[in-house]
Design a protein around this ligand. Structure first.
Ligand SMILES: Nc1nc2c(ncn2[C@@H]2O[C@H](COP(=O)(O)OP(=O)(O)O)[C@@H](O)[C@H]2O)c(=O)[nH]1
Ligand SMILES: [Mg+2]
Length: 254
C-alpha cells in the first residue's frame, strides 16, 4: 500500500489528443511506477479515458510539449521521474532499463536513443535529428546519437535545472543544462515505432518549423557557455524545487 501512496517512479506522459494510444501506453507502465498523464487541452476525451484507466491526470492549459512535460515534472512526487511520449511510439516497459543507471547512482540523466522502425519517422525528421545529434556531440562532447523524449532522472535535480522553454525546446534545454552542470549523461537504445494517431510535431510542417526554431534558440542561448567552458557542478545539496514550482500558471489537478 505504501507504494501506491508514494511511487518509486513517476512517469510523465504529455498528452494532446492521444485517445487511441492511451490504453496501450498505460498498459505498459511498469509495476510500482505511477503514470501522470498531462492533458494539454485534448478534445478527444483523453483526460477522461486516462482517469478511467487508472492514471493520475492533470491539466495544463498552456499549449506546448514543454508546458505539458514541465507540468508533469512539477506535479510528480516520486524521487525519480521518467518522461515518455503518449503516442505509442515508445514502450514504457523499457523505462526500468533507463532508470537502472540512475538508481545505481552511475548516471544523472538517461536518454532513450531512438532506433526507428520502418515507417516511424518521416525522412526530414530523420535527417534533422542526425544533424542535431552531430551538432550536440561537437558542442558538448556528450556521446548522444539522438535527442529523444524518453528519459529518466532524479526529480529534485531535474527541477533544479530551472528549465524555461515550454514548447519544443524543452528536451534540448534539459540536455544542454545537464551537460553544462557536468551531469553524467548516458544513452540507452529504445525502439521507436510508428505512432498511433496524428503527429503534432515532426509529422506537420508547422510543428517541424516550431521545433527547429525552438531548438535553434536553445543552442544560441547556451553555446557561448560551452565555448567558455562548462559551468562548475553545483555544490552542496541540490536546490530542489524551483520558483517555477507553484502549480499555478494554467496547471490544475483533476
Ligand atoms: N507537439 C505537442 N505535443 C504535445 C503537446 N501537448 C502534449 N503533447 C504530447 O507530446 C508528445 C509528442 O508529440 P508528437 O505529436 O508525438 O510529436 P512527434 O513525435 O515529433 O510527432 C505526444 O505524446 C503528444 O500528445 C503540445 O502542445 N504539442
Ligand atoms: Mg511522437
Amino acid at each position: 500500500m505504501r507504494e501506491a501512496a508514494r511511487p518509486s517512479v513517476d512517469v510523465v506522459l504529455p498528452c494532446l489528443d492521444e485517445r487511441g494510444a492511451l490504453p496501450w501506453v498505460l498498459s505498459r507502465i511498469p509495476a510500482g511506477y505511477r503514470a501522470i498523464v498531462v492533458d494539454n487541452g485534448s478534445s478527444d476525451g483523453s483526460a477522461e479515458l486516462g482517469r478511467e484507466l487508472g492514471a493520475v491526470v492533470i491539466r495544463e492549459r498552456r499549449r506546448g510539449f514543454g508546458a505539458a512535460a514541465h507540468a508533469g515534472l512539477v506535479a510528480a512526487t516520486a524521487d525519480y521521474v521518467a518522461f515518455c511520449d503518449c503516442d505509442g511510439s515508445l514502450d514504457p516497459a523499457r523505462l526500468p532499463a533507463l532508470l537502472a543507471p540512475v538508481l545505481a547512482g552511475t548516471a544523472d540523466l538517461v536518454l532513450g536513443g531512438r532506433r526507428p522502425r520502418r515507417g516511424s519517422w518521416p525522412i526530414h525528421a530523420r535527417i534533422a535529428n542526425a544533424v542535431l545529434a552531430w551538432r550536440l556531440r561537437r558542442l558538448t562532447g556528450e556521446a548522444v546519437s539522438d535527442l529523444g523524449p524518453m528519459r529518466a532522472g532524479r526529480r529534485a535535480e531535474l527541477l533544479s535545472l530551472g528549465l524555461e522553454d515550454r514548447r519544443s525546446g524543452y528536451p534540448l534545454e534539459m540536455f544542454l543544462k545537464a551537460s553544462l552542470r557536468r551531469w553524467r549523461i548516458i544513452e540507452i537504445p529504445v525502439d521507436y515505432s510508428p505512432r498511433t494517431g496524428r503527429s503534432k510535431v515532426s509529422g506537420t510542417v508547422r510543428g517541424t518549423l516550431t521545433a527547429v526554431r525552438d531548438m535553434a534558440a536553445q543552442l544560441t542561448a547556451v553555446s557561448g557557455q560551452f565555448r567558455s567552458g562548462p559551468a562548475p557542478a553545483p555544490s552542496g545539496p541540490l536546490a530542489g524545487r524551483t520558483a517555477d514550482d507553484e502549480r499555478s500558471g494554467g496547471t490544475s489537478w483533476t
